[in-house]
Design a protein around this ligand. Structure first.
Ligand code: F6P
Length: 736
């Protein structure tokens, strides 16, 4: 309103001045038009009366002339008429004839023009026209018109103009106020939209032109803010537990952190010797556990251990790591039906084969889907119960919880939800076969950030959303806006802690080699390869064994001098495909060993048992080769663990091109696990690789894993989340 007044007052003053100047101008113009009219009228009267008046002049009768004039002045505007004859000094004139007009002084009125005379009775118009038949009879006819009506009209015109300008000013003022209010509102709305990030994060085609400079300024401000929030990211060379803690204390302002995963980081198992703590074979746990040690907070997971219930408090909490508590697990109990439907059925018989190209067909059952939904809702309840504020940071993990982000968003609208998908995301055709694809996508789009290991998986996700969801997709910033909510889809390649904790107690490389050699009764100079996996069909264990067999065929000099130890942790044993696969792995190992009956030592040793991290590190340090032959894998942290374990800069990593890790570790020997000959050749190259080359490759890979460790992985996501939270608080302040 104040803005409108500031604009209106000068406008009205200008209008008043204009009116003040316009009235005299209009007055002059109208007077001129009337005078011209009277001149024309006088001509008309003179020419009309010329003939009869000439006759009357010839009669010489003043009385008759005067009578004629009286008839003429019956026209109300013709005020007076007079006739000046050459031989008479006074005119023959009607009574109102102005005495100021004398016959001897008529010359100025003879021409057509602006002849006004101010008399005692007012202003009159005087026109003098010659009449008479010849020059001797020439007389001057004097026609006097009343001009008072002009004054009356001028007065009327002035009044009319006054009201006209009043009306005009009122209309202009009204229109100005309305337009100013509308554009002010539009401008404010535009500015608010800018501050909400619209027109800043997206190309600014929709941004009002007058707001573009402001958009640029706000962009610069946000960049600066983001820059301030990232002092420890790009510029920070080393990410450590302490760096991550500093991010939480600083950028996240000590906000509440809640992790949700199906698998728990510590499982309490009842054994005849008492309760034992087990660390599961899980890339997710390997990565997140050190992060939680740094961040504290609460980790909600399925309590699946046989002694889990015995070890929790009355709120189902247990502090971990055992003996040195840094954070707490909140255990959730699932019934056998829930586990069968949600975990075995929907997650592992449906989603797992759906997302991995391992040529195992997914199975989808409605009953499994219902359990999946119910268990997701159960975890949502637990998140709400564990949150200390209405805006916690929730880290949702993996394909077991595709519905959870939306469920949390509905219950805690201010939460910052970061979902990480640990397995690959397939192309839209593959994903589209899931009968509940729309629900799964909608659930995931409840996240603020959705993370994948590789750009390829991000691209697949965006294409899937594009295919099945009505949403706005920004491929420049990699964000999806659906129902007014924004999800950033970014690549965060997962990693391991650096330095790895198990290395602190690990034996030297020579000691480790010695222990393994003795364990399997192998000679001193025996060469060792290792594979460490869950017994999962995606890991390509059968293909790996076939490659070993092929290598021994092609390079028989290694028969009896090389043994491959395969550690295969039992997993998902209630599922037919897993049981069948475990059987195939056993048969393949036996068949290959049988193919080389003369070998003093078996080519393959299969240890299908769970191993704790220390034991895993011992195998890594003992081996010349680590062979990771996944048919499809989100990342595969075993590859990074092998590198981390080799502080002696020795050992060769053979890595499947279908594992996400191959994008980051090109110094490994990259192979196609389906190509047995190529893999066999890689094994031979690895066994004969000079120490220098091993060191050069290992050094580069170690530098990468050291720099891109799990603290950086978590830190980058938390910094992105912190920037989002900061922006949201800023927008809320502006909106308020
Ligand atoms: O890393 C992928 C992953 O499926 C994790 O989500 C899971 O914890 C791990 O592998 C092991 O699988 P599971 O938890 O079913 O034993």
């Amino acid at each position: 309103m104040r803005l409108s007044l500031r604009f209106l007052v000068p406008l009205l003053v200008a209008l008043a001045l204009f009116a003040y100047a316009a009235v005299p101008l209009v007055d002059t113009l109208t007077t001129r038009w009337f005078v011209r009219d009277l001149d024309i009228r006088s001509n008309l009267i003179a020419s009309t009366v010329a003939e009869p008046l000439a006759d009357l002049i010839e009669t010489g009768s003043s009385t008759r002339i005067l009578a004629f004039f009286h008839r003429l002045t019956s026209d109300e505007r013709l005020y007076a008429v007079g006739l000046c004859l050459p031989d008479r000094p006074a005119p023959i004139a009607t009574g109102a004839f102005p005495p100021e007009l004398r016959c001897s002084a008529l010359a100025p009125y003879l021409t057509v023009g602006d002849h006004l005379l101010r008399t005692a009775k007012g202003v009159v118009h005087v026109a003098v026209r010659p009449v008479g038949r010849d020059a001797q009879d020439r007389a001057d006819l004097v026609l006097v018109h009343d001009m008072s009506f002009i004054e009356r009209r001028s007065e009327e015109t002035r009044r009319y103009l006054f009201w006209f300008f009043v009306a005009l000013s009122a209309s202009v003022a009204l229109i100005t106020v309305v337009i100013a209010q509308l554009s002010w509102r539009g401008w404010v709305a535009g500015l608010r939209a800018l501050l909400r990030g619209e027109g800043i994060l997206r190309p600014s085609a929709g941004t009002a032109p007058e707001l573009r400079p402001i958009a640029r300024d706000v962009q610069a401000l946000l960049r600066e803010l983001e820059h301030q929030f990232r002092p420890t990211d790009e510029s920070q060379q080393r990410w450590t537990e302490e760096t991550l803690r500093a991010v939480l204390r600083g950028e996240m302002r000590g906000d509440d952190i809640i992790v949700v995963s199906n698998r728990e980081p510590y499982i309490h198992v009842a054994t005849p010797q008492g309760v034992r703590v087990q660390r599961p074979a899980s890339g997710l746990v390997t990565a997140l556990e050190p992060v939680m040690r740094a961040c504290s907070g609460t980790w909600i997971a399925h309590g699946s251990g046989s002694a889990d219930r015995e070890t929790v408090d009355r709120h189902d909490h247990v502090a971990v790591p055992p003996g040195h508590p840094r954070y707490r697990i909140r255990r959730l109990w699932l019934t056998p039906e829930e586990t069968a439907g949600y975990y075995d059925g929907f997650a592992n018989e449906g989603m797992w084969p759906l997302c991995h190209i391992a040529h195992v067909r997914p199975t989808f059952r409605t009953s499994d889907w219902e359990q999946y939904r119910a268990v997701n809702a159960k975890f949502a309840d637990a998140v709400v119960a564990e949150a200390h504020s209405d805006d916690p940071v929730v880290l949702v993990q993996d394909y077991h919880f595709a519905l959870l982000p939306r469920m949390i968003r509905e219950r805690l609208p201010n939460a910052t939800i970061i979902t990480f998908w640990h397995i690959p995301w397939p192309n839209p055709e593959s994903f589209g076969i899931c009968p509940w694809r729309d629900e799964l996508l909608d659930g995931l789009l409840g996240s603020d950030i959705l993370g994948f290991h590789t750009q390829f998986h991000c691209n697949n996700f965006m294409e899937t959303v594009d295919r099945f969801v009505e949403a706005r997709i920004d491929r420049e910033t990699f964000t999806v806006v659906c129902g007014g909510e924004r999800t950033a889809v970014h690549r965060y390649p997962i990693s391991i802690e650096w330095p790895p904790a198990p290395l602190a107690q690990a034996p030297t490389v020579d000691e480790a080699h010695e222990r393994v050699r003795v364990r399997f009764n192998l000679p001193r100079d025996h060469r060792l390869g290792v594979g460490i996996d869950r017994m999962d069909y995606t890991k390509g264990i059968v293909e790996r064994f076939n490659a070993i067999g092929r290598m021994l065929e092609l390079h028989p000099e290694w028969v009896g001098r090389f043994t491959f130890v395969q550690i295969a942790a039992p997993t998902r044993g209630t599922i037919d495909d897993y049981r069948d696969y475990a059987e195939r792995v056993r048969r393949t190992a036996a068949a290959i060993n049988d193919r080389f009956p003369g070998a003093a030592h078996p080519p393959i040793v299969l240890v299908a048992e769970h191993h704790e991290p220390d034991a895993v590190y011992e195998y890594h340090r003992a081996s010349d080769i680590c062979f990771v032959s996944s048919l499809h894998d989100g990342m595969n942290l075993v590859a990074k663990e092998f590198i981390a374990a080799r502080d002696d800069e020795r050992g060769v990593l053979i890595l499947s091109q279908f594992a996400g890790a191959s994008r980051e570790l090109p110094e490994a020997l990259i192979v196609n696990p389906y190509d047995a000959d190529q893999c066999a050749e890689a094994l031979h190259v690895a066994l004969t690789m000079p120490a220098d080359e091993q060191r050069d490759r290992m050094r580069l890979m170690r530098n990468l894993v050291r720099e891109f460790n799990v603290y950086r992985w978590a830190g980058r996501m938390l910094l992105d989340a912190a920037a989002m939270r900061q922006r949201k608080r800023f927008r809320d302040r502006i909106d308020a």
